[in-house]
Design a binder for this molecule. Structure first.
Ligand code: SAH
Ligand code: SF4
Ligand code: F3S
Length: 442
């Protein structure tokens, strides 16, 4: 029972946690494989944010159980934390909660020692720290660096506070040391991760150590300046929560070239009553004030957002407010979701009364509005030069390289493999719906 295959669903936090799990497993003598058919242990790192996402793991468990080989099946991540022992009914033998990653090898050991099942839904323990081996990172050029785990916001529709628990910030020194180490290893880009990075708030003097020399209106703004001072080539961060998004973050981006010109600021709705029902803690006007601060930045900062359509009770007029907000904000990118009931949340007590057809209509309508805006924005890049981190070959073409700009656009261009892993200048020549094409600037 030595070969482990891990399949990851959900957000970047799960990707980061898979890297952590793989690090611990390898240290305990396990072998990681990306071939499911040769694995003794199949682990699913799961997401529960919408019903469809949560269902996926059950489909996958069924598929693995029908296969001829009979690996041990384990579930980690958000579904593990929420479903707990109920997963044993599905033929799963190992359940690892969202804060039990470091105990994964010990749990597997128990099963190897003869126990039928093992489960751990406990909290992180003293001394368990985030340290991920470079060998397990999803990319040799871009690294995910969690700065805060959990969420205290309890937006009425959202399962995350239940699956990830309360907010816990990582000590600043640990984060800075990790970024410095990544830089020494040749990483070109880090993504500072959290459900709400603006809530970053180390509790004790020693957890704050390392930030003293850096000014900032909030601990997160100070952390950004401290991370910028490491000299890491490119720094991105997600997700920003609108109410806690301080204009000083924009000031920090203005000051430091390596703080990237991209902010992801999910708005969810453009209507004040719906926002109140969602318990987001801000109004449309509050949100627009943040957007204006972002648009006043020295460099143009690309802005992306998330929207939920068909929240319980959302009327057509209220939905139109979302459409008008999307028009007003001119987002560079927009993730639109149809509302999905999450059991146990406050909104689950409300009737899910917008019909599936109506949700679909609103989804398509908004998509259409966004498509036009995005087309305009993307065309605006033609003729401009972008700094692109080359991440690899384009999946769609043999001659193309692909990467992301500092403003987080996908950029494709022709070039040789020697450029992979480097930051290059690309002049944009063509705008596609979700990507840009260009040519290398010598
Ligand atoms: N912490 C981030 C987002 C986490 S979930 C934030 O606060 O913005 C990512 C996105 O999934 C959310 O922004 C929201 O748009 C969507 N989402 C969350 N719960 C949902 C639900 N019950 N139904 C539909 N979409 C949902
Ligand atoms: Fe969910 Fe709201 Fe927390 Fe984001 S801020 S994870 S939407 S509860
Ligand atoms: Fe999904 Fe959990 Fe992330 S619910 S979006 S994997 S925090």
């Amino acid at each position: 029972m030595k070969r482990v295959y891990i399949e990851t669903f959900g957000c970047q936090m799960n990707v980061a946690d898979t890297e952590r799990a793989a690090t611990r497993l390898r240290a305990a003598g396990y072998e990681l494989t990306d071939r499911e058919e040769e694995a003794d242990v199949v682990l699913f790192n799961t997401c529960s944010v919408r019903e469809k996402a949560a269902q996926k793991v059950f489909t996958r468990i069924g598929e693995v159980r029908r296969a001829r080989r009979r690996p041990l099946i384990g579930v980690m991540g958000c579904v593990a934390q929420l479903e707990g022992e109920a997963l044993f009914e599905e033929g799963v033998r190992l359940v690892v909660g969202t804060r039990a990653t470091d105990r994964l090898p010990a749990l597997l050991e128990r099963i190897r020692g003869g126990e039928r099942r093992a489960i751990d839904l406990g909290e992180r323990r003293e001394g368990e720290v985030w340290d991920v081996s470079p060998a397990e990172r999803h990319s040799p050029y871009v690294a995910f660096v969690p700065i805060i785990e959990g969420c205290n916001k309890f937006c009425s529709y959202c399962i995350v506070p239940f699956s990830r628990g309360r907010e816990k910030s990582r000590p600043a020194r640990e984060i800075l040391a990790e970024v410095e180490q990544l830089r020494a290893l040749g990483y070109q880009e880090v993504h500072l991760l959290g459900q709400n990075v603006n809530s970053y708030r180390p509790r004790t003097e020693s957890e704050r150590a390392g930030l003293e020399a850096f000014p900032g209106a909030t601990p997160f703004a100070r952390l950004l300046r401290a991370v910028a001072a490491t000299g890491m080539e490119r720094i991105k961060f997600t997700t920003s929560f609108p109410r806690d998004f301080h204009p000083d973050i924009v000031a920090a981006i203005d000051e430091h070239e390596n703080l990237c010109d991209w902010v992801h600021l999910p708005v969810q709705s453009g209507n004040d009553r719906v926002l109140r029902m969602m318990r987001r803690g801000y109004t449309r006007a509050d949100y627009m004030a943040r957007v204006e601060a972002i648009k006043r930045a020295r460099r143009r900062i690309a802005l992306t957002s998330d929207i939920i359509v068909g929240f319980p009770g959302e009327t057509r007029e209220e939905f139109e407010d979302t459409v008008s907000l999307v028009r007003e904000c001119e987002f560079d990118g927009l993730y639109i979701f149809k509302y999905s009931v999450r059991p146990g949340t406050r909104a689950a007590a409300l009737a899910d009364d917008v019909s599936p057809e109506e949700k679909r209509e609103r989804f398509l309508r908004l998509e259409e509005v966004q498509r036009e805006i995005q087309r305009r924005i993307y065309r605006g890049y033609i003729g401009r030069e972008l700094k692109v981190l080359v991440e690899g070959r384009s999946a769609k073409s043999l001659v193309d390289l692909t990467g992301h700009s500092t403003c987080n656009k996908v950029v494709n261009f022709a070039g040789g493999p020697e450029l992979i892993g480097r930051v290059v200048r690309v002049r944009i020549t063509e705008a596609k719906e979700h990507s840009l094409r260009g040519e290398l600037v010598a």
